[in-house]
Design a protein around this ligand. Structure first.
Ligand SMILES: Nc1ncnc2c1ncn2[C@@H]1O[C@H](COP(=O)(O)OP(=O)(O)OP(=O)(O)O)[C@@H](O)[C@H]1O
Ligand SMILES: [Mg+2]
Length: 290
């Protein structure tokens, strides 16, 4: 059985006339890295809220179909237990900061403190995560006074420190520059290598192309495409559904349209180089000056 299963799931917010999730069927395998893509308002955040039990426990609304987390229906999960299993990083980092702690160190420790973990263990774990995210320079700062990007790093740290099995991360890089974004993706990759199951809503398609295993494409509340990263990001329908394709894939598709013998549409820089080398070799290497 899949780790997370959604069967015929539809959802309408309490205030709202229409379904914002429509008949969704998705299986998530343990240890996989799933990216959610799609236009603004297509339902990615709502989907994340279903997984962490916010729907139906907090937003009542109208949830139909079955959501099974590790085999257990979402309605039967105790919210406290579910919160330990699924770490959730909000789209808006300003809502994640507790507002009751004076330093970043205490902020990251907050969740473990609430679980009654021994102080020595908390200290050790918090130090470890601070090192992992490279945010030593923020340790004694007031969380309220951080920039958006710094808040995003602290929000991620405060979830990772809890060691949840599943990480649901909603646009963690919206406030970050390209370098900060790379850093966050590296952390997410590290979490995957530790065996965590990752569900990430993100618009930055070039990074998704490099890192994700599977992709779900959302459009107007429906999952209109799902498959491996390679299957999805070489398919032009993605654009019709309002999401972007990587630049390298667009180039490959256009070359193919112009009858170049591109046997594999590249998604990443490395793959694009391989494609070009293949084309050059096929032409007897004439355009290569050594
Ligand atoms: N609390 C709410 N009550 C009623 N409707 C909502 C609520 N939150 C979101 N919606 C609506 O649900 C739909 C899906 O929104 P959602 O935030 O899930 O999209 P999204 O794909 O995450 O968008 P974005 O890329 O902008 O983050 C939108 O039409 C939105 O207006
Ligand atoms: Mg969203």
């Amino acid at each position: 059985m899949s780790f997370i299963q959604l069967r015929n799931v539809s959802y309408k917010y309490p205030i709202g006339k229409r379904d914002v999730l429509k008949d969704i069927n998705v299986n998530v395998e343990k240890g996989g890295f799933y990216a959610l893509i799609g236009a603004n308002g297509s339902g990615k955040t709502t989907f994340c809220n279903v997984l962490r039990g916010f729907v139906p426990h907090f937003y009542k609304g109208d949830l139909r179909g079955d959501v099974l987390i590790d085999g257990k229906d979402i309605r039967e999960w105790d919210m406290g237990e579910l919160a330990q299993k699924i770490g959730f990083v909000f789209q808006n980092p300003f809502t994640q900061i507790s507002g009751v702690k004076d330093t970043v160190f205490e902020e990251i420790a907050f969740g473990l403190e609430n679980l009654g973990v021994a102080v020595e263990v908390i200290t050790q774990k918090v130090e470890e995560v601070i090192g992992l995210l490279g945010i030593e320079y923020l340790r004694d700062k007031n969380p309220q006074e951080l920039s958006g990007g710094q808040k995003q790093r602290v929000a991620l740290a405060s979830i990772i420190v809890m060691e949840p099995e599943i990480l649901v991360i909603d646009e963690p890089t919206s406030q970050l520059d390209p370098q900060g974004t790379e850093e966050i993706f590296k952390i997410i990759e590290l979490m995957k290598h530790k065996g965590k199951t990752i569900i990430l809503a993100e618009h930055k398609i070039e990074l998704i192309a490099e890192k994700a295993d599977k992709i779900l494409v959302f459009q107007d509340g429906e999952v209109v495409m799902q498959g491996t990263t390679e299957e999805i990001l070489t398919d032009q329908r993605v654009q019709e559904y309002g999401a972007a394709l990587p630049q390298y894939a667009l180039l490959g598709l256009e070359m193919k349209r112009q009858n170049w013998e591109v046997d594999r549409i590249p998604l990443t820089e490395q793959q694009a180089i391989t494609t070009v080398k293949g084309l050059v070799a096929a032409k007897g290497g004439q355009i290569c000056h050594s």
